[in-house]
Design a protein around this ligand. Structure first.
Ligand code: PMP
Ligand code: GLU
Length: 393
């Protein structure tokens, strides 16, 4: 037997480049190479102590068994409070899904709804997993390129052009992975107006970077801005980025009851519930103090400004991220000659200078690279020195 034995849907799927690049970097480290990994989208901070304490207590109290498939009643109640408090969204517990990670929330939603021929509109640059998950679930990704000229944002006109009778979903992600670009309330309201005229389109709002917003920017989400759409919006969020809980595998969403119940059915025949311990920790995260976030945001903003100015000095242009912890640099002018593509750019950079970035083509935006600045300043300084040496060659 060989690869031919794999399913047709899996054969069409590209492996995750963010994970792939980081794995490659880890392997080189194990071989003894001095590697700086700026490829993975993961805060470098530790999970706050009060959240870890809640997990210890959950263990002591014996919360070690299966829970409701899509989340405990207690965690769902805390999520309803969060949506009301932060986003003005009024959900009941029957509107809430909790899955093993934000990634799993998206997968469960697509799995529950996509048939062959269904289209999912994905503005690009986009997170690596949206198109591939769409394919894995049998649907067709419709990538809408949103370049520097539109500030890497989806416009109402581009959305209108992309919608067809087969459109099932539109995926929105602000602040964006990989650009960090934030949609304004005006941007989202204009998009909402287009969607009002297309009642068969579902909307997935991936709000996972909600709390990582820098000065001069504000977070907004479409279900709050255009409430007439709320019966077909799935507002997704998670614990990985905001609370530095990537390893705990916990994500959630609020949406219409029919969709939440369908996602529960998918989970009941696949993963079952997310870890019981993580769910108890999640309650402490949502209800506990959020003071640590200001400190994290300040640290991220200082790092962002440092990397932006270092890149500018090297002649690399990029969008100024209003949120998240990524910089999406344009490397087009460094291509040609010994390095022809963004993929080669990241490969040669890794092998010659030991710096791991992710090529823009993985985000459907060739000629770019993504750099995660979720590392300490010393590491970022060393990375910039190496990148400069690389670009000068
Ligand atoms: N959406 C976006 C845009 C992301 O960058 C990530 C991080 N991988 C996720 C969803 C999922 O994160 P997790 O599964 O760790 O909650
Ligand atoms: N979201 C992160 C990233 O884009 C984590 C890796 C992944 O799941 O893609 O790097």
């Amino acid at each position: 037997m060989s690869e031919n034995y794999l399913s047709q849907s899996l054969l069409q799927v590209r492996p995750s480049a963010t994970i792939g690049m980081s794995q490659k970097a880890r392997q080189l480290m194990e071989e003894g190479r001095d590697i700086i990994m700026l490829s993975q989208g993961e805060p470098d901070f530790d999970t706050p102590e009060h959240i870890k304490q809640a997990a210890r207590e959950a263990l002591e109290l014996g919360h070690t068994r299966y829970t409701n498939v899509d989340g405990t009643a207690e965690l769902k109640a805390a999520i309803c409070e969060k949506f009301q408090r932060d986003n003005g969204l009024a959900f009941g517990v029957d509107n809430i899904n909790v899955s093993p990670g934000g990634k799993a929330v998206i997968f469960n939603a697509l799995m529950a709804t996509l048939d062959s021929g269904d289209e999912v509109i994905i503005p690009a640059p986009c997170w690596v997993s949206y198109p591939e998950m769409t394919r894995l679930c049998g649907g067709s990704p419709v990538i809408v390129p949103c370049g520097a000229e539109s500030g890497y944002k989806l416009t109402a006109e581009a959305l209108e052009r992309a919608i067809t009778p087969n459109t099932k979903w539109l995926i929105l992600n602000s602040p964006s992975n990989p650009t960090g670009v934030c949609m304004t309330p005006e941007d989202l309201t204009a998009i909402g107006k287009v969607l009002l005229a297309h009642p068969n389109v579902l909307i997935l709002s991936d709000d996972i970077y909600e709390h990582l917003i820098y000065s001069g920017h504000e977070f907004c989400t479409i279900a709050e801005l255009v409430p007439e759409l709320s019966d077909r919006v799935l507002t997704m969020n998670g614990f990985s980025k905001a609370y530095a809980m990537t390893g705990w595998r916990l994500g959630y969403a609020g949406g219409p009851e029919w969709l939440i119940s369908a996602m529960r059915k998918v989970m009941g025949q696949s993963t079952s519930n997310p870890s019981s311990i993580s769910q108890w920790a999640g309650i402490a995260a949502l209800r506990g103090s959020h003071n640590f976030m200001d400190e994290w945001r300040t640290a991220f903003e200082i790092r962002r400004d440092f990397v932006l100015s270092a890149l500018k000095n090297m002649g690399v242009s990029c969008a100024v991220p209003g949120g998240a912890f990524y910089i999406f640099g344009d490397c087009e002018k460094f291509l040609g000659g010994r390095i022809e593509t963004d993929l080669e750019f990241t490969e040669v950079l890794l092998s010659e200078q030991g710096v791991a970035l992710v090529p823009g083509s993985a985000f459907h935006a060739p000629g770019h690279f993504r750099l995660s600045f979720a590392s300490d300043m010393e590491t970022l300084k060393a990375a910039m020195t190496r990148l400069k040496l690389f670009l000068e060659r």
